[in-house]
Design a protein around this ligand. Structure first.
Ligand code: GDP
Length: 457
């Protein structure tokens, strides 16, 4: 029996960390990782692979009296490590967000900011249960630090004045959550996390409140366990590409979050690529070694198979065109054409085909495509089609089908042009804008539209 199936058959919940820039997402992940590396011999096992797995016994050690491991059917928690990557918005498992639960990090001094609002919209749309980590409580003037302790213990030790300031800041966050349509409260007062969002005060710097946060996450995950979170170790693996990376000795590799089934070292896999599904054979399945061993060994250990939910690096030929955010499927036991069709369908879901008069948008990853789509919406620029990939002659052909001059344009984020696309664009009077800065693309396009308007006057 594999390690995972010893825990009542529920798979590891996948946890995403969201929030505004500088509110402490990375620090919080580092703190969770750091505490777990110290606590458990196995410790946090997944590094430089886009996810950190924290086994149940290690959660128990860090959370102390707050978590009794024997009460849980979960193997632990898997944290997605890429908070800066628009990861959550684009990383979908079939039909939903990739993450099962989420932490929304809010700086207590800064309150809700644009990316906080954006994150909360995503959480609401995908109906992902979440907790709010009210971070940087240690910066409240006069705060007495008690490193790595439950927050209540720390709170009891504060002066009345500090506690009052703390309460004021927390009520501000609760007010903002209410404006966003969520009822919430200090987590220790929340009875039903389904109807109420728990707010957990933490410091990613001192570790205060981290035990509480882990305890609430475990409780949330256990409560929200659905049938689709039961482990199906037998099935062919299904996952999402986090990153496409060059790795010394292995060529182009994929960092993958596997959310279902098992991938084996002898599997054929289908991966979403710039020019459609890529079919290839796994060359090696790689798991990062625990930190302590890395000094003497290579960073990765080859394994024969890996079961969901887990982060894994896959080495295989022909991965150069794979795209971050795209699906990965093991074919094992299924008809190859069916799997290809599945991957194609999922890729198509991500491409936007509005059927409206508008511009063509191309981007290098699903994350940047989504960011582009958001920026265009904000600037009120209509899109006819948006997809991942380089600018090809057929994109030019598509841009020529619109009537309005201002929509005869292609906006490419971090992409190249293929074949004679540039020449054809010039011949056919299609404007091509390329940049690796989103707002620059939007500005250049707006300048182009202004020119047309000026001419028409
Ligand atoms: P991210 O952009 O959300 O990933 O934020 P970072 O984790 O990079 O944190 C931004 C800054 O805030 C860094 O300088 C951190 O050291 C600091 N920071 C993060 N969490 C805390 C905290 O709990 N207390 C204090 N005092 N500083 C923090």
């Amino acid at each position: 029996m594999s390690e995972e199936t010893q825990h009542g058959g529920l798979r590891t919940p996948i946890v995403a960390v969201l929030g505004h820039v500088d509110h402490g997402k990375t620090s919080l992940l580092d703190k969770i990782r750091g505490s777990t590396v110290i606590e458990g011999e196995a410790g946090a096992i997944t590094q430089h692979i886009g996810a950190t797995a924290v086994p149940l016994d290690v959660v128990g050690e860090v959370a102390g009296s707050l978590v009794d491991p024997s009460e849980f059917d979960l193997p632990g928690l898997l944290f997605i490590d890429t908070p800066g990557h628009h990861s959550f918005t684009t990383l979908r498992s079939r039909g939903g967000a990739l993450a099962d639960i989420a932490i929304l990090v809010v700086d207590v001094n800064d309150g809700f900011q644009p990316q906080t609002e954006e994150a909360i919209k995503i959480l609401a749309d995908s109906q992902t249960p979440f907790v709010v980590a009210a971070n940087k409580v240690d910066t409240i003037p006069g705060w007495q630090v008690h490193e790595d302790t439950p927050i209540q213990q720390t709170l009891d030790a504060q002066s009345d004045r500090v506690e009052q300031q703390f309460n004021e800041k927390l009520y501000e966050i609760i007010g903002e959550l209410s404006d966003a349509g969520f009822t919430s409260d200090f987590y220790w007062r929340v009875q039903d996390f389904r109807s109420n969002v728990g707010v957990v005060p933490v410091s990613a710097m001192t570790g205060e409140g981290v035990p509480d946060l882990l305890a609430v996450l475990m409780g949330l995950a256990q409560r929200y366990m659905k049938e689709d979170m039961a482990i199906d170790v037998q099935g062919p693996g299904a996952g999402t590409v986090l990153e496409v990376k060059e790795e010394r000795g292995f060529g182009t590799t994929l960092d993958v979050i596997l959310y279902d089934g098992t991938v084996r070292a002898d599997d054929t896999i289908v991966v979403g690529g710039v020019n459609g599904p890529i079919v290839t054979d796994v060359r090696a399945l790689l798991k990062p070694r625990p930190l302590a061993e890395i000094r003497t060994e290579s960073r990765f250990e080859k394994v024969d198979e890996i079961a969901a939910a887990a982060g894994v690096k896959i080495a295989a030929p022909d991965l150069d065109d794979a795209i971050a955010g795209a699906p990965v499927r093991a074919v094992r036991g299924r008809d190859l054409d069916d799997v290809i069709a599945d991957v194609q369908e999922e890729l198509a879901e991500v491409a936007v085909d509005t059927g409206e008069e508008g511009v063509v948008v191309k981007a290098d990853t699903l994350g940047s495509l989504e960011a582009m789509a958001n920026a265009m919406e904000e600037a009120e620029i209509p899109i006819m089609r948006a997809e991942v990939g380089d600018i090809a002659p057929r994109d030019v052909a598509m841009a020529t089908t619109v009537d309005e001059e201002e929509y005869r344009a292609i906006l490419g984020f971090n992409v190249d042009t293929l074949g004679d696309a540039d020449d054809r664009a010039e011949q056919d009077d299609v404007q091509v804008f390329r940049s690796d800065v989103i707002y620059q693309l939007v500005e250049e396009y707006e300048g182009f539209v202004e020119d047309i308007e000026r001419r028409q006057k």
